[in-house]
Design a protein around this ligand. Sequence first.
Ligand SMILES: Cc1cc2nc3c(=O)[nH]c(=O)nc-3n(C[C@H](O)[C@H](O)[C@H](O)COP(=O)(O)OP(=O)(O)OC[C@H]3O[C@@H](n4cnc5c(N)ncnc54)[C@H](O)[C@@H]3O)c2cc1C
Length: 492
Amino acid sequence: MGAKSAYKGLVALAAAQTASAGLLDSGIFKFFDTVTRDVVIVGGGAAGSHAAIRLKEDHGKSVVLIEREDILGGHVDTYYDPKANGAVREYGVQCYFPYEDAMDFIDRFNLTVAPGLGPRGATTPKYVDFQSGKELNGYVPPDFGAQIGGIVEFYNVLTSKGYDKMVEPGFWNLPTGPNIPEDLLLPIGEFAKKYNVSTALPRMYESTGGGPASQQDDFLNIMTLTFLQSFSPSWMKVFFTDIGYYHIEGGNQQLYNKIAARLGNDVMTNTVVLMSERTSTGVTLLVSGLKGTKIIKAKKLLMAIPPTRENLVPFDLNAEETAIFAKPKYGRYGTALVSHPSLPKGTDLMNLPASAVADPWSPFLDLPHILSFSSYGNDTDLFSIGTSGNPYLLYGQLASTGVAQVALQKMALQGTIPALKGKLIEVVEWSDHGPGGFGVTAQDMRNGWMDKMYGLQGKRSTWYTGNAIAIDFSTTLWKMNDEVIKRMLASW
Ligand SMILES: Cc1cc2nc3c(=O)[nH]c(=O)nc-3n(C[C@H](O)[C@H](O)[C@H](O)COP(=O)(O)OP(=O)(O)OC[C@H]3O[C@@H](n4cnc5c(N)ncnc54)[C@H](O)[C@@H]3O)c2cc1C
């Protein structure tokens, strides 16, 4: 999404400094402008943007929202195609589905929601093994009805055992470590076998790219609890049409543009945190961005960024926090809009392992991979891709573009697509979708990692929300926020 912030280097600079209590109120720091608010929110994706509006408009709290990119929205990636009169091309968040009353949030911005995904022209699939570049002649997709039937059965297992209540919207009701049902700690492949719901997996895999959490391991090895973050019980209901799904007319980004407008000067985009001092009575942050370097003083801090070790460098972690955040292992997910003259307009090139011809029920790919080159229709040369790889720091735009380029070269060599004629893939926009999922092991969970993580809520005036510690969909995150905000207000 958008241009990347120019301030990443400053984070490293801040890391070199050791904050000590009161430092930000002394020395040269005291000459910076001070912004005073009830709550400072870091991260302007679905979670942080929603929280800012709810706190400000519904709970009368003064807020400031810090976002490192130049626009709000996080994983929302709407491209307005200049070659097609600004036509909307969604290549990140595609849709919103009802979770409790969460869709009401969109209503307050006077936007029109329409059923289905965002606009895309008609396309036909072509199944290709990107490893060899060969088209998979003879591949027949698994029976659609059996896949949906599997999702229904999967959902029934979760609800009959009460697992849905333990995971949505956040993990507040998850039993403590040793009491977490072992089912939820099984690898997803074993869980599906145990309950005879394996026919659900291909559709679940395809619709989420294996789930952002699959960057950590082979798909079938992902812990069920982690998998449910990106394929939640409420999202399952969409597949058997119990509930609908909707996009915002004019682009999903419209919501976040309206939020930014409503927040006005309470948003600081292109801004990062350089240092922090957090105590039980409030927080002080040193932030820097296009509007200059400022001190922010607030009673509460809401962290709405993925709590990766890289993101947490500027925060004055204590030993307890350091131990908790040292545990997760994460890969990286990215989406992009790409084009190349050899990519066939109107065709979706779907990546499958060669073995899928013999076993279409096992379409799972090794890492790193590009899941597909998905066309926006016959009248545009734009394609979207979703890509997973690890480790986190190495699998950024450069590495994933390399994987896409190699896939194109192999397809061209095999005659699956026309010759590339020396032309490289053009990345029109690339969007970092970060780690996704909390990324800890089943043993960490049994040892109480989630209890400790949720136990941090409110300590040192700091609260946590976002997709790393809850179900990873916009509407569920908004309900997760409502719970966090309720608890935050109770602690005032
Ligand atoms: C490919 C893909 C498609 C998806 N499609 C859908 C969908 O159709 N519908 C749906 O509901 N959900 C979808 N999701 C899930 C989606 O991730 C969540 O719904 C939601 O967008 C996550 O919101 P968040 O606020 O937790 O995180 P993010 O959206 O990642 O927001 C975090 C924000 O913090 C900012 N940030 C990060 N680090 C810093 C820092 N150090 N300082 C300041 N700011 C920082 C980021 O720039 C970002 O704006 C999809 C996810 C993926 C990966």
